[in-house]
Design a protein around this ligand. Structure first.
Ligand SMILES: [Zn+2]
Length: 242
């Protein structure tokens, strides 16, 4: 096995270890999800700064105690994300989904980094909605907005959908297991269906009122624990009241 590795990656989590050092969790399209130690302000070792959400070409050295960060050729630090509480919370949720989902396909890397880029300029609710829609699609956990996945009946145009807690997806009124606690109105359903047809980048240009966007945002956050089979600490202990 090669002693050193070099490749495109993004810092997806950082954990302080010892006084000046940090354990970085990197998401890389070629290396997968890996950990590397970033040595801090020590006299003998040149410190390389790698703040959370820094994307670039990472040079890593394999030692007896694991990988060590040697150098970064940074593409973006996504600093605007860290400066805003809601954007930080969005990015934390995206990282949580990637780390809990444990897949590291290049398509997911593209989605993750595009979403962080988008967070810098776009509203956090819109980016979060589109990230969740496209993430669930990549993981094969997407809902069906044309027909009920339980009974197979096609939805009528004005139909309000219920939700199946066991299937983790929207369903018709007859298959609802939540007593109408998670309803999806027709216009929100149309928005989600259209989002799924578009790429992540294109879906950001869908026009929707702020109020409607907020409703869809809340709907996806409330249904996510049913749709995604993993514990999401970022939502449980996060700042959003949903
Ligand atoms: Zn049904």
């Amino acid at each position: 096995m090669e002693r050193d590795s070099k490749g495109l990656a993004i810092v997806i989590r950082t954990t302080p270890i010892r006084e000046q050092d940090r354990l970085l969790t990197l998401f890389s399209p070629s290396m997968g999800i890996i950990e590397a130690v970033s040595y801090g302000a020590r006299k003998s070792i040149r410190g390389v700064k790698a703040p959370l959400y820094t994307e670039g070409t990472f040079s890593l050295e394999k030692g007896r105690r694991g990988m060590t960060l040697k150098d970064i050729d940074a593409i973006s630090t996504h600093s605007a994300v860290l400066e805003d509480l809601d954007k930080s919370q969005s990015a934390m949720l995206f990282s949580d989904l990637v780390l809990t989902g444990r897949s590291a396909e290049p398509e997911l890397y593209a989605l993750f980094t595009s979403a962080l880029d988008a967070l810098e300029d776009e509203g956090f609710e819109k980016v979060t909605v589109e990230f969740i829609v496209h993430f669930l699609a990549l993981e094969g956990l997407s809902g069906d907005y044309e027909a009920c996945p339980v009974c197979g009946r096609p939805y009528s145009e004005g139909e309000i959908l219920g939700f199946s807690s066991s299937e983790g997806v929207p369903v018709c009124h007859d298959c609802d297991t939540m007593d109408g606690a998670l309803l999806l109105p027709p216009n929100a359903r149309a928005y989600l269906r259209r989002s799924l047809e578009l790429s992540f980048g294109d879906s950001l240009s869908l026009v929707v009122s702020e109020e409607q966007e907020h409703r869809i945002f809340r709907y996806l956050l409330r249904t996510l624990p049913f749709s995604f089979p993993g514990k999401l600490r970022s939502l449980e202990y996060g700042i959003w009241k949903i």
